[in-house]
Design a protein. Structure first.
Length: 310
């Protein structure tokens, strides 16, 4: 079992309010929620806000399911850097006798994992992951590279928590830039600053911070130090219900990591670089409910005007 991180009293109180108002719907597992209509409405408006901000770049629209071929997770090294967050899909492959035994154990809520075998599927851990092999399969990039809007996709992180802002399954609204190194970094920097303004326009006290990924173990601490030193990752953080502000968007420069795994080449054959930006849709929605109250009709007019404009 992954370590369960209980929420702080403030996080627990905020979660209780969200459940009481049926903005979130509790399940029997921490960090897994259904969503009520108003919560879903706000998530949709957050996604639209990002779509409007990105429209001038005319990104190519691609959508993927929340499952990834296991081979892709293996190829990008996810099990080295984030073994603690990964989720893989297992399924039954056995005899009638084994099926009966599995069912008996399941009825008693005992361990039935020995009857389960690994499939070719894992849960998608980041919405940009399916984009890289899809672009690589086309061959050399067009001049200027590509920008892909991967939409708002469900992703999984195995980290059960009592903090409503730390869900196990949530939406990432991701846009990916693949091209020449200078162009990719410039794009990342433009979005980094644009996002801080976007979130401030909807009344959130957004701040920019150099950040690191939650890499696993001792080797991970070294990776994080190098990531910070090279300023490969930035986050926009907002106070939600944590003692510390919560990251609601991240801007990641992968250098040649994904391009070298999949062989993504620039026009002319040089290796491409990649960057992505990911908005934590539920976290932005939670930040809005925290800042403006649980009744969306009562939110300040200027905030509603920004979110609900067509
Ligand atoms: Zn990404």
């Amino acid at each position: 079992m992954a370590d369960y991180r209980p929420g702080t009293p403030d996080q627990a109180a905020f979660l209780a309010e969200l459940l009481d108002r049926r903005l979130l719907i509790q399940t029997s597992v921490a960090g897994l929620y259904g969503r009520g209509a108003d919560f879903e409405e706000v998530c949709g408006r957050v996604g639209d806000m990002v779509t409007r901000a990105g429209a001038p770049e005319q990104p190519e629209q691609l959508r993927f399911p929340p499952l990834l071929p296991r081979r892709d997770l293996e190829s990008v090294g996810y099990l080295k850097t984030f073994p603690h967050l990964a989720g893989s899909i297992f399924a039954f492959e056995g005899s009638e006798g084994q099926a009966a035994e599995q069912f008996d154990r399941a009825c008693r809520h005992e361990d039935w994992s020995e009857f389960q075998s690994m499939t070719e599927l894992v849960l998608t851990p980041a919405a940009c992951y399916p984009v890289y092999p899809a672009i690589a399969a086309r061959g050399e990039l067009p001049a200027g590279g590509v920008t892909v809007d991967a939409g708002s996709a469900y992703v999984f992180r195995h980290e059960p928590s009592g903090d409503p802002a730390r869900m196990q399954m949530f939406h990432q609204r991701e846009i990916v830039r693949i091209g020449e190194p200078d162009a990719v970094v410039a794009w990342r920097d433009v979005w980094r600053d644009r996002t801080t303004s976007l979130l401030r326009e909807v009344g959130l006290d957004a701040e920019l911070a150099v950040a690191t990924d939650p890499f696993f173990g001792r080797a991970g601490r070294m990776l994080a130090a190098s990531q910070r030193e090279q300023e490969l990752k930035f986050e926009v953080v907002v106070q939600i219900a944590g003692p510390e502000p919560t990251a609601v968007a991240s801007f990641n420069y992968h250098q040649d990591h994904f391009a070298s795994v999949y062989g993504i080449e620039l026009a002319g054959g040089a290796e491409a670089h990649t960057a992505c930006l990911g908005f934590g849709v539920e976290r932005i929605a939670l930040a809005l409910f925290r800042a403006h109250g649980l009744e969306i009709e009562a939110w300040p007019q200027e905030v509603r005007g920004q979110l609900w404009r067509v």
